[in-house]
Design a protein around this ligand. Structure first.
Ligand code: GNR
Ligand code: NI
Length: 167
């Protein structure tokens, strides 16, 4: 098991195109375990591969309160989305910033699990928002991209300040 450093905006690796996963081997399982470890260590409810600098279509999620419901999505796609919501969101790659993003209320996702088996999962609430947030990461998109230019500038300043105080 190993922790991976999380990369922060404006790191270009958050914007790079991601590649589909084709090998469902032991190496992939190690990477998935490392991503869970990193996500729990950082107190996130999700972590996408680009956030640890890897341009792969892979994300891990756990939206449970007890932090014991691991959920991995590989090569995911949204089959349909319905309804509109404006949940408050944060992102481990934009620490110190929390704001609203436009999301669907409900989504149905098709993805592969760690063994390569396809599955479909319908979700609403926090899991639906997290699916959309993580799939955005796999498309090089971050929740701050939805903010107005003014709010984005404020978010950028908050992030700079946060990172300055972290050192
Ligand atoms: O930890 C996280 N919290 C969160 C809250 C609302 C909507 C989405 C998220 S995901 C985020 C972790 C993260 O950056 N995942 O990519
Ligand atoms: Ni994120």
């Amino acid at each position: 098991m190993a922790l991976h450093p999380v990369v922060y905006l404006p790191d270009s690796r958050l914007r790079a195109p991601t590649q589909a996963i084709t090998q469902f081997d032991a190496e992939l399982k190690t990477l998935i375990n490392d991503m869970y470890e990193t996500m729990y260590h950082e107190n996130g409810i999700g972590l996408a591969a680009p956030q640890i600098g890897l341009s792969l279509k892979l994300a891990v999620i756990d939206v449970s309160e007890k932090r014991n419901e691991k959920f991995c999505i590989i090569n995911p796609e949204i089959l349909y989305a319905e309804g509109e919501a404006m949940p408050g969101e944060g992102c481990l790659s934009v620490p110190g910033v929390y704001d609203k993003a436009p999301r669907a209320l409900k989504v149905k996702v098709r993805a592969q699990d760690e063994n390569g088996n396809f599955f479909e999962r319908e979700a609403d609430g926090l899991l639906a928002h997290c699916f959309q947030h993580e799939i955005d990461h796999l498309n090089g998109k971050l929740f701050v991209d939805y903010l107005s230019p003014l709010k984005r500038q404020m978010a950028r300043k908050k992030l700079e300040k946060y990172l300055r105080h972290q050192k």
